[in-house]
Design a protein around this ligand. Structure first.
Ligand code: SAM
Ligand code: SF4
Length: 333
C-alpha cells in the first residue's frame, strides 16, 4: 500500500473531537431548475467557468482528503448533472484510493437518460429531490420542473442499482406540507430500495418560506400507522430515521433537532472554498492554493487548520433565527 492509500492515523479531527469522513463536493452552482426555496427566479450570477474547480483539481483534492480519512463523497451542486461529462468526474472520484462510496444529489431531471451511465462509471447511490407529486405544483415549486421526468429518473436509478434511492422533500408550510402523507404512501410500495427523507426548510437570505417541523410531520404520518424510531445504520448523516409501515423515513431537521454535535461532513464548494459548516464560509480557497502550485502536504496542512477551526454548530432556528450565509446552490445543500 502506498503512502497515498494509507489513511492518516490521526484523521481529520476538529477541536470538538468530531472525526470527518464525509465530503460533499459541489461541482457547479448552475441549475436547470429554480426551486423557490433555493434560487431566485432569474437565477444567480453564475460563477465564471474558469473559477470552477476542474475535474483534475477535484480528484486531486479528494485524494488529499482520502489520505486524511475521508471515505465517502457526495457530488452535488447546483445541479451536478448539468456539468459537462459528469460521468468523467464520477469515474475519477470513484478511482481515488480510500474512497469507498460515491453518491450524488440531483433533481432527477435527466436521470432517466444518465442513471445507467453513472452507475457504470462507479456511482453507488443517488438522492433525488422531489417536493410534490402534483405536476402543476411541482412545476411551480421548481419553476418549470417536469414531474414525469423526475419520476422516470427515480425508476431508472432503481433499475441501475443506484440504491437505496433517497428521496428528499423540502417541506414548507402552506405550500406542500399537505403532501407529507401522500409522499409516504407513494413510496411505500418501493420500501425495499427507497428511503424518503423530509427536510425542514432552511431560511436562506431572501428566499423566505415558513417551515414545518419534523415533529409536525411525524404527527401527520401517524395517519398511515405507527411512526417508530429505528436504529440509524445509514452512516452518521444528519437524518434521523423512523419507520412507517415498511418504509424508512428520515427527518433532516437542522432547525428543531440540531445534529451539529455529531456532524462528520465537510463541503468543498465549486469555487474551491471549503465549508466546515453549512453556515460558515472558510478561507483560503483550496483552488487558489492548487493553482499557485501548493504541494499535497501544504494543502493537507491548510485543510487540517480549516477543520480545526470548524464552529461548534449553527444558530439558525425556525422562522426568525439567524439566516444562513450564501446560497444553497453554491454550497450544495
Ligand atoms: N440540484 C440538486 C438537488 O436539488 O437535489 C442538488 C443540490 S440542492 C442545493 C441539495 C439539496 O438542498 C436538495 O435536496 C434541496 O432540496 C436542498 N435545499 C435547497 N435549498 C434548501 C432550503 N432552503 N432548505 C432546505 N433544503 C434545501
Ligand atoms: Fe436546482 Fe437543486 Fe436548488 Fe432546486 S434545489 S434550484 S434543483 S440546485
Amino acid at each position: 500500500m502506498s503512502a497515498l492509500e494509507r489513511p492518516s492515523r490521526q484523521g481529520l479531527l476538529d477541536r470538538f473531537g468530531r472525526q470527518h469522513t464525509y465530503l460533499r463536493v459541489s461541482v457547479t452552482d448552475r441549475c436547470n431548475y429554480r426551486c423557490v426555496y433555493c434560487m431566485p427566479e432569474e437565477g444567480l450570477d453564475w460563477m465564471p467557468r474558469a473559477e470552477l474547480l476542474t475535474y483534475e483539481e477535484i480528484a486531486r483534492i479528494v485524494g488529499i482528503f482520502a489520505q486524511m480519512g475521508v471515505r465517502r463523497v457526495r457530488l452535488t451542486g447546483g445541479e451536478p448533472t448539468v456539468r459537462r461529462d459528469i460521468g468523467a468526474l464520477v469515474r475519477a472520484v470513484a478511482a481515488v484510493p480510500g474512497i469507498v462510496d460515491v453518491a450524488m444529489t440531483t433533481n432527477g431531471h435527466t436521470l432517466a437518460k444518465q442513471a445507467s451511465m453513472l452507475a457504470a462509471r462507479g456511482l453507488d447511490r443517488v438522492n433525488v429531490s422531489l417536493d410534490s407529486l402534483d405536476a402543476a405544483r411541482f412545476a411551480k415549486l421548481t419553476r418549470g420542473g417536469r414531474l414525469d421526468l423526475v419520476l422516470a429518473g427515480i425508476d431508472a436509478a432503481r433499475a441501475a442499482g443506484l440504491t437505496p434511492v433517497k428521496i428528499n422533500m423540502v417541506v414548507m408550510k402552506g405550500e406542500n406540507d399537505d403532501e407529507v402523507v401522500a409522499m409516504a404512501r407513494h413510496f411505500l410500495p418501493h420500501a425495499e430500495d427507497t428511503i424518503l427523507r423530509y427536510i425542514e426548510y432552511m431560511p436562506f437570505e431572501a428566499r423566505w418560506h415558513a417551515s414545518t417541523t419534523a415533529a409536525e410531520m411525524r404527527t401527520r404520518l401517524a395517519e398511515i400507522g405507527p411512526v417508530e424510531p429505528v436504529q440509524d445504520t445509514l452512516g452518521g448523516g444528519p437524518a434521523r430515521y423512523w419507520r412507517v409501515g415498511a418504509l424508512r423515513v428520515g427527518f433532516i431537521a437542522p432547525l428543531t433537532e440540531h445534529f451539529c454535535a455529531s456532524c462528520n461532513r465537510l463541503r468543498l464548494l465549486a469555487d474551491g472554498h471549503l465549508r466546515t459548516c453549512l453556515a460558515h464560509e472558510d478561507t483560503p480557497s483550496l483552488r487558489d492554493l492548487v493553482r499557485s502550485g501548493a504541494t499535497d502536504a501544504s494543502l493537507a496542512e491548510t485543510i487540517r487548520a480549516i477543520v480545526r477551526g470548524k464552529p461548534a454548530g449553527h444558530e439558525a432556528e425556525t422562522d426568525g433565527g439567524r439566516l444562513f450565509e450564501g446560497v444553497m446552490t453554491g454550497i450544495g445543500g
